[in-house]
Design a protein around this ligand. Structure first.
Ligand code: SF4
Ligand code: SF4
Length: 378
């Protein structure tokens, strides 16, 4: 049986190998659909026989190229996404036939108009509230429109039974992640935030592969057994929940700043972490209704009001026995930035919002700020 460290090593190696697996799938005749956002209903793409992949968007390298067409004072995630596509340096974008976008924030939806010149880009019109039936009806119609577009683009038919099969499969993936996330509610946590993030990144490139899911299950079981047997991999540290804008490789500077200064990250509420995975698609409902309900309920700051995010954070603070909350705001992300006021008010534990971008020049300053923040927790 493998040990925890060798499983982490296997995951580390699998992440850069993701593009090779996608190329092999393309060579074998599979279609690739590129996505950026947690609102993208993967189940529909898979029901159309294609592989949904998360496109590159979290590196500073292509930002300068992106700024040739986009304003500089735009969120780095948008500039990076577009820069990757423009320079053809995202292997996933290279292989994708269609991109699916959503009208979440202003910068992103306008960027998709330019992206459409590089790849057919289907933009789903996302209602900005989950609080009423009219929004759900609209979002359901948008999910159906996506299915019809994929049928045209990929020359396939999306049936209800295909959808039901993919809903069940994706729900199982969510359950695997939910079980894994639950481990960090143990106090002290059995793994670090950097390791938690590694598994999130690995999950992103699992492409629904059963073997990858099995590896996550194995890791969860092993960490759990070792913990029961008395192993404590992480000492007593201040327990931090990370929230805010989506995270990625370039934001590891924030995680390092927390974990090298007396803290440990016990949960990522962000997209790429708990936010898109904590609710299942209701398998008892007709598939389009179920998908509309689940996906519109994702508590992104583009929703107004967004009390679901506040409720989720409040619950996570209790469940994970958090000592503090770090809210990561990407520069020029107005929605998450404005929401900091309400988050600070709600979480009832020490809270800090850090505004940053994908460059590494503020790493030292972040370390000082996180050190002071963690010390302040007492
Ligand atoms: S934070 Fe909002 S816009 Fe960004 S990926 Fe998540 S759901 Fe999409
Ligand atoms: S981080 Fe904010 S500004 Fe950037 S794409 Fe997401 S919602 Fe838009």
């Amino acid at each position: 049986m493998r040990d925890v460290e060798s499983i982490f090593e296997e995951m580390r190696n699998a992440i850069p190998a993701g593009p090779v697996r996608i190329k092999e799938a393309v060579d074998a005749g599979r279609k690739i659909v590129g996505c950026y956002c947690a609102y993208t209903p993967y189940e529909v793409i898979r029901a159309a026989g294609a592989i949904p992949v998360t496109l590159c968007s979290t590196s500073a390298t292509p930002i300068a190229a992106g700024e040739e067409h986009l304003p500089r004072n735009l969120c780095p995630l948008i500039k990076s996404s577009y820069g990757f596509a423009l320079t053809d340096t995202c292997p996933y974008f290279h292989f994708c036939s269609v991109v699916v976008g959503e009208t979440t924030c202003d910068g992103k939806k306008k960027m998709y108009e330019l992206l459409n010149r590089l790849r057919p880009t289907h933009v789903m019109q996302l209602p900005q509230t989950y609080a009423d039936g009219a929004s759900i009806a609209l979002w359901k119609a948008e999910i159906e429109r996506l299915a019809r577009r994929l049928e045209t683009e990929l020359g396939v038919t999306v049936t209800e039974s295909d959808l039901k099969r993919e809903i069940a499969k994706r729900n199982e993936e969510r359950r695997v992640m939910e079980d894994f996330y639950a481990l960090s509610a143990l106090n002290p946590a059995p793994l670090s935030g950097l390791e938690l993030n590694l598994v999130n990144e690995f999950f992103k490139v699992s492409f629904g592969d059963e073997k990858a899911l099995e590896l996550i299950r194995e890791l969860t079981a092993l960490l759990c057994d070792n913990y029961k047997g008395g192993e404590r991999r992480i000492g007593a540290k201040k327990r931090v929940i990370v929230t805010g804008c989506p995270t990625g490789k370039s934001l590891e500077k924030v995680f390092n700043a927390i974990e090298e200064n007396g803290g440990t990250i016990v949960a990522f509420e962000n997209c790429g972490g708990i936010k898109p995975n904590y609710e299942m698609v209701d398998e008892t409902l007709p598939p389009y209704d179920a998908l509309a309900k689940k996906y519109l309920g994702i508590p992104c700051s583009c929703m107004s009001p967004n009390d679901k995010r506040l409720n989720l954070l409040e619950r996570l603070v209790t469940d994970y026995e958090a000592d503090g909350v770090v809210d990561i705001i990407l520069q020029a992300c107005h929605t998450y930035n404005v929401e900091t006021f309400l988050v600070r008010e709600r979480v009832k534990v020490p809270y800090i919002a850090v505004e940053t971008d994908y460059y590494q020049s503020d790493a030292e300053q972040l370390a000082t700020r996180m050190g002071a923040f963690i010390e302040m927790m007492g």
